[in-house]
Design a protein around this ligand. Structure first.
Ligand code: B12
Length: 248
């Protein structure tokens, strides 16, 4: 079964008359997970809540995040790259994704004692916060206290939050080549302020070569690495040792 058999309903909503170039693919053989991925792809934030709750009856929150929500969003990225989806569809999909992530986060529980703080942000000028939202959910679920600065955060605000909260680790997400340039600036200011906190940077635009070119920088490829990295930082590993463990 294809995820979206007919795009015309989606396009009708936006008065777009397009020839569909891409062919949507099956995400999961499990019909319940398939339904969650399908609702991300269709950007249906009304229906996705019930579908995620149903999936959580038989799957762990992490499985739902990785195998249905992120997998669905990967398909949205493909449709965008192929010119099938435009901004309206992608916004609807990311809204649906966020509804799903919140329910998974709730299911993972937040009541445990917190181990240490992690400051997270999405770079100044960048509103692509889905990666950061996933990182927040996974850190929370693993017992870290997330100081969530949100998206489009000025560099000074990130440094000020680090001075105030003294986190074990700070993270940055950037999806655009124009916004990731904030990361070396933040790292420089943290160093000047004598706060050599491991600074884990990720997001579609960001590559290992870029992040390992400035002090404090550790490249994060997958959101699922964030809790393990935070454990290392909590146990006192320096950014240099984290970089050699996780990168290269
Ligand atoms: C969704 C999306 C949007 C949504 C964003 C909604 C939201 N709330 O995030 C909307 C529709 C709003 C949007 C707007 C725009 N977008 Co857009 N968007 C995308 C799209 C389709 C998917 C991005 C995404 O969410 N991926 C899924 C998430 C999960 O991936 P991720 O963040 O990279 O995270 C993964 C890893 O990187 C990692 N990770 C991320 N952070 C961290 C942190 C740590 C600590 C760790 C360990 C790991 C980690 O973990 C995740 C996986 O596990 C991409 C296309 C693409 N192929 O990526 C374009 C894309 C990013 N957008 C693009 C552009 C140009 C724009 C606009 C400027 C378009 C416009 N003309 O207005 C605006 C930007 C506005 C702004 N100032 O930010 C370009 C950027 C080009 C570039 N390289 O500079 C892209 C690449 C599309 C393209 N090819 O042109 N967009």
């Amino acid at each position: 079964m294809k995820i979206v058999d007919d795009f015309s309903n989606i396009f009708k909503r936006y008065d777009l008359d397009l020839e569909v170039k891409g062919e949507a693919k099956t995400i999961s053989k499990d019909p319940i997970m398939q339904q969650v991925a399908k609702l991300v792809i269709e950007g249906d934030d009304d229906e996705i809540g019930d579908a995620v709750k149903k999936a959580l009856e038989s799957k762990s929150p992490l499985e739902v995040i990785n195998e249905a929500l992120i997998a669905g969003m990967d398909e949205v990225s493909r449709l965008w790259e192929e010119g099938v989806y435009f901004l309206p569809q992608v916004i609807l999909s990311s809204d649906a994704m966020n509804v799903g992530i919140s329910l998974c986060e709730e299911a993972m529980g937040k009541s445990m004692d917190r181990k240490g703080k992690v400051v997270t942000h999405t770079a100044e000028g960048d509103i692509h916060d889905i990666g950061q939202v996933i990182v927040n959910a996974l850190l929370n679920a693993n017992g870290f206290e997330v100081v969530n600065l949100g998206a489009d955060v000025p560099t000074d605000k990130v440094v000020a939050a680090c001075k105030e909260h003294k986190p074990v680790m700070v993270t940055g997400t950037a999806l655009m080549t124009t916004t990731m340039t904030a990361f070396p600036k933040i790292a420089h200011q943290l160093k000047q302020s004598n706060l050599p906190i491991p600074f884990v940077c990720g997001g579609g635009a960001v590559c290992e070569e870029y992040v390992t070119d400035f002090d404090l920088g550790v490249w994060g490829k997958e959101a699922s690495q964030a809790p393990g990295m935070a454990e290392d930082a909590l146990s006192g590993e320096s950014w240099e040792s984290m970089r050699s463990k996780w990168n290269g």
